[in-house]
Design a protein around this ligand. Structure first.
Ligand code: NAP
Length: 311
């Protein structure tokens, strides 16, 4: 019987593991893939306090230090795929492909992922022209052309942010009007760097190594327009902002969700006693490494308090 089981080794889960280990809790951290979650595939992290971007510093190097710290403080780790969880009751059960585990408390930190653009060959160009994070990757497109898929607040706001870097930003939206708030739209329409491709969806992307072309289909006429990178640039940026998908399917019907996101209080407590949630799978206003790590620290601290109170 563990004191706490932590699901997911992104920044939230790793911070929870660190705090649990330091407070001498008998803790188990379960991750199915590589540590870091979305950060594992993000090269530059320059907005995490203390992280100075240079040749040696990257998303993976930041995560490697977090993982090392977790091990140093004695949090047990296994690599396994969680198949189901039983969250109600005093004993929390986690069924993995390789075994079953029990704990007095559990911290859900399985993160979220951006909704994919949905075009052919997309996976091959993520990180090579395709991005889902303007804050992370805008710098790479300084003075390049950039395309943004989506028409909501996020797409339009992120597109506006990208105009600070790119020489031209084009929103590709599947309808002929934006979903974004009118006030945001007005600013976008007034920005001379902003362009719009209406009634359009990206069908296919390609290029030699880097993103070099894409086919965009007009949904009303079915006409395909091929967009190619400027010869001097050799690449253009394609950002997707068509929503996020929290990784909460495993917890559906148990913890309280809103649009798939877990609802917690300020202490990261869910509606079920002894069940905490941390990071991007939570309903919250800012999803960044710094807020995920803070959530993890709070969740582990509160899990300890819960156990002490129960004893
Ligand atoms: P959103 O409001 O759900 O908008 C998603 C956009 O992506 C929509 O324009 C939608 O098109 C498009 N879309 C969805 N699936 C698509 C697909 N498969 N292919 C192509 N396009 C697709 O998401 P969001 O912009 O991320 O915002 C999420 C929430 O956060 C919203 O409540 C928003 O108001 C809020 N938010 C607020 C602010 C702010 O107030 N400053 C900033 C960011 C986010 P359709 O329009 O055709 O459905």
């Amino acid at each position: 019987m563990y004191d706490v089981i932590i699901l997911g080794a992104g920044p939230a889960g790793l911070a929870a593991g660190l705090y649990a280990g330091r407070s001498r809790m008998n803790a188990l951290l379960i991750e199915k893939g590589q540590d870091g979650g979305q950060i594992a595939t993000t090269n530059e992290i320059e907005n995490y306090p203390g992280q100075i971007v240079d040749e040696e510093e990257s998303g993976p190097s930041l995560i490697a230090r977090m993982s090392k710290q977790v091990e140093k403080f004695g949090c047990e780790r296994i690599s396994d795929v969680v198949q189901s969880v039983e969250l109600a009751g005093d004993v929390k059960k986690v069924v993995c492909a390789g075994g079953e585990y029990e704990a007095k408390t559990i911290i859900l930190a399985t993160g979220a992922h951006s909704r994919p653009i949905g075009c052919k060959n997309e996976g091959q160009y993520v990180g090579k022209g395709i991005s889902f994070c303007a804050t992370c990757d805008a710098n790479f497109f300084e003075d390049f052309e950039v395309y943004v898929v989506g028409g909501g607040d996020s797409a339009v706001e992120e597109a506006m942010y990208l105009t600070n870097f790119a020489r031209k930003v084009t929103i590709i939206h599947r309808r002929d009007e934006l979903r974004a708030a009118k006030s945001i739209q007005e600013k976008a329409f007034a920005n001379p760097k902003m362009n719009f491709m209406w009634d359009s969806v990206v069908e296919e992307v390609g290029g030699e190594g880097m993103l070099g072309w894409m086919d965009v289909r007009n949904v009303k006429t079915d006409e395909i327009t091929r967009i190619e990178a400027d010869e001097d640039d050799g690449i253009f940026g394609l950002f997707g902002f068509i929503g996020f998908l929290p990784n909460t399917e495993l917890f559906e019907g148990q913890v309280e969700l809103e649009n798939g996101y877990i609802l917690t209080d300020d202490n990261m407590a869910t509606n079920i006693p002894g069940v905490f949630a941390a990071g991007d799978l939570r309903k919250k206003s800012l999803r960044q490494v710094v807020t995920a790590a803070a959530d993890g620290a709070i969740a582990a601290t509160q899990a300890l308090k819960y156990i002490e109170h129960a004893e």
